[in-house]
Design a protein around this ligand. Structure first.
Ligand SMILES: [Zn+2]
Length: 273
């Protein structure tokens, strides 16, 4: 099963590469067929086999010899490894499907923000709806919705609480990010947070609920600060350089799939002791 998930991940990763290249350029991912971005020659099916072709051709176009970005291999191997991990951790039910979709979407966003500072609506908006649509079937960890119901003395069915949690988290965290961006803009006069980041955080919140999203935001800010500082100190960036916050959020979101549960459980154990 794990090997099968790995193979499926290679194929899906190959499609994610097409999305990463084309969506920020407003091109269709369905047609035309893949071409070399240097010589324009259409790539034959046998030169388009996930991972293998890249290794056989040693990362070069067969026609013109131009180097192909190592990102193609990286995305395929990363997606394959993630799918294998998900199969081990979540099995094959609806929660595994949800985790795989989530990881695939975040992989696209990680690379589009890193390469071009774009978080395409083609991912964040369907992602927001997918997160909400999964919530009645894959229960979210209790959070703001549970607290709200308790305060009002309401006892809805568990699937309804989970759906409420997804909706409320998306609204609250998306709203907080939007307001933070607005305040920053009013004070500094430059755009610090794009609307893409707001939509990404709403998507994360719809998929993960309020408490996991808080963890993801904290981890992403910490990572961004650490990596940013290292980049400035090593002379590769300046303090004013733009930061691909979306990439850090996407990375933290994927990591949370595998470790948020245990981190939050440990936290509540400490608090309740
Ligand atoms: Zn070429």
């Amino acid at each position: 099963m794990t090997a099968l998930a790995f193979l499926l991940g290679l194929v899906v990763g190959s499609f994610l590469n097409v999305c990463i290249h084309r969506w920020p350029r407003a091109e269709s991912v369905v047609a035309p067929r893949s071409r070399c971005s240097t010589c324009g020659r259409q790539i034959a099916w046998h030169d388009n086999v996930p991972a293998l072709s890249y290794i056989v051709l040693r990362g070069r176009c067969r026609n013109c010899g131009a180097a192909i970005s190592p990102r193609y291999l990286l995305v395929e191997l990363a997606t394959a490894s993630l799918f294998a991990l998900i199969a081990v951790e979540f099995g094959t039910g609806p929660s595994a499907l949800k985790a795989a979709l989530f990881a695939a979407m975040l992989t696209i966003l990680f690379f589009t923000d890193l390469e071009r500072f774009v978080l395409p609506d083609q991912v964040t908006l369907p992602g927001l709806f997918a997160g909400i649509a999964f919530s009645p079937f894959v229960p979210l960890r209790p959070g703001v919705a549970q607290v709200g119901c308790d305060l009002l003395g309401l006892y809805p069915a568990p699937w309804a609480v989970s759906l409420l949690e997804s909706l409320a988290s998306a609204l609250i965290w998306g709203g907080i990010l939007y307001l933070t961006g607005e305040i920053f803009y009013r004070i500094r006069g430059v755009e610090g947070l794009g609307f893409g980041d707001v939509k990404l955080v709403a998507m994360l919140a719809a998929f993960q609920g309020s408490s996991e999203t808080l963890l993801v935001l904290l981890a992403a800010c910490l990572l961004a600060t650490l990596c940013g500082t290292v980049a400035v100190l090593s002379g590769r960036k300046q303090w004013s350089s733009p930061l691909p916050l979306g990439s850090y959020l996407a990375f933290a979101g994927i990591a949370a799939l595998f470790c948020a549960g245990s981190v939050l459980n440990r936290y509540w154990d400490l608090v309740l002791e």
